[in-house]
Design a protein around this ligand. Structure first.
Ligand code: PLP
Length: 391
């Protein structure tokens, strides 16, 4: 395969070499079961606790506030279902229209089970109206679940202010922070969410591991019921290697995050400035002031995002579109639709997302290729021809 330029880090990230190194012993030799009576297995419980400490450090939290899961989707499901079960008399949930499917589809499912769900809307730049949130809270609201950073546009919601509004009314607040580590602070002394989801494979740990922060004192009924693992809060033999990998990945995030954020921001700005300079009729989607440094969502009007992706793929450039890649369907992105992105732009949107391993040379290569791809596709687009005629 030719050299890959991987700009799809919101979909998944490469496992960091340091993380892989930390995990390998658990596949090679230390394959025991941490619940075993013999020390070959039993001693691994200690390694899990060490990893928990590292994840807790990312949240500036206590070890006992960290629950290991299998992925971001499980963390979100465990948080929402765990709270609903703990408050059976409360039947109302508040989320936003731009949540990840892990939250959105679950809430659709819960609606079919008799829960009421309020879907908060966002403005053209993807911002929430906190007054709308305040008004939506009802006496039987069990939970508000609002994401920290949007996976498609990078828009960052003001979770500290949201927490204030929600906590004022004594309601539980969950935030899906899967896209936050390395880009935004997860310090739970300042971020007053009760539950916070993360996923290993978005922060250079492997797939198959995630975590849920559960603030001490939060009522929570286990989602996976089985053995006594995770202090009785999640049954199932632990993914020891994955958990150790997640611990190491969190340690690396803490070590590098300020330098990394600058690096990501530089790459994103270089790409966006280059695109705007060279290509007409583009829209940068998302809140320009509150966006993660890693994410650039660009609409190339009058052409199809899927066609752009296929062309980029021919050059070994990996990105994604809001429609096909995130949802596996050809439905236009629910996030861009919720933002009221013009019809002519919504279909031609591409998400580029960066990691610590990307370079300026890679961005420059994209800037060399992309304008030719866009003008080639527009030359074949009847919508573009019509637009040019009207101008
Ligand atoms: N939440 C957000 C914001 C995401 O971006 C993702 C994955 O793309 C998830 C949840 C689901 O995470 P996982 O793939 O680990 O289940």
């Amino acid at each position: 395969m030719s050299q890959i330029i991987y700009l799809d880090n919101n979909a998944t990230t490469a496992v960091a070499p340091e993380v892989l190194e930390a995990m390998l012993p658990y596949y090679r030799q230390a394959y025991g079961n941490p619940s075993s009576m013999h020390s070959f297995g039993g001693e691994l419980a200690h390694d899990i606790e060490q990893a928990r400490e590292k994840v807790a450090a990312l949240f500036n939290a206590q070890n006992t506030e960290i629950l290991f899961t299998s992925c971001g989707t499980e963390s979100d499901n465990a948080a929402i279902r765990g709270v609903l079960e703990a408050y059976p008399e409360k039947r109302h949930i508040i989320i936003t229209r731009v949540e990840h499917r892990a939250v959105l589809s679950l809430c659709h499912h819960l609606e079919n089970r008799g829960y009421r769900v309020t879907y908060l809307s966002v403005d053209r730049q993807g911002r929430l109206d906190l007054e709308q949130l305040r008004l939506a809270i009802q006496p039987d609201t069990a939970l508000v679940s609002i994401m920290y950073a949007n996976n498609e546009t990078g828009t960052v919601f003001p979770v500290d202010k949201i927490a204030e509004v929600v906590k004022e009314r004594g309601v539980i607040f969950h935030t899906d922070a899967v896209q936050a580590p390395g880009k935004l602070s997860l310090d739970t002394q300042r971020l007053h969410a009760d539950l916070i989801s993360i996923s290993g494979h978005k922060l250079h740990a492997p797939k198959g591991v995630g975590a849920l922060f559960i603030r001490r004192g939060t009522r929570f009924v286990p989602f996976l019921i089985g053995g006594h693992q995770e202090n009785g809060r999640r049954g199932g033999t632990e993914n020891v290697a994955g958990v150790v990998g997640l611990g190491r990945a969190c340690e690396l995030v803490l070590e590098h995050q300020s330098r990394e954020r600058e690096h990501l921001g530089r790459l994103r700005d270089r790409l966006e400035q280059g695109i705007v300079r060279q290509i007409p009729e583009v829209l940068i989607n998302g809140d320009p002031e509150h966006r993660t440094a890693s994410t650039s969502n660009v609409s190339f009007s009058y052409i199809e995002g899927e066609a752009i992706l296929l062309k980029l793929n021919e050059y070994g450039i990996c990105a994604s579109s809001g429609s096909a890649c995130t949802s596996g369907s050809l439905e236009p992105s629910h996030v861009l639709r919720a933002m009221g992105t013009p019809f002519t732009a919504i279909h031609g949107s591409i998400r580029f997302s960066f990691s610590r391993y990307n370079t300026e040379a890679e961005v420059d290569r994209v800037l060399e290729i992309l304008p030719k791809i866009i003008s080639g596709l527009r030359d074949m687009s009847p919508f573009w021809t019509q637009f040019k005629k009207k101008k």
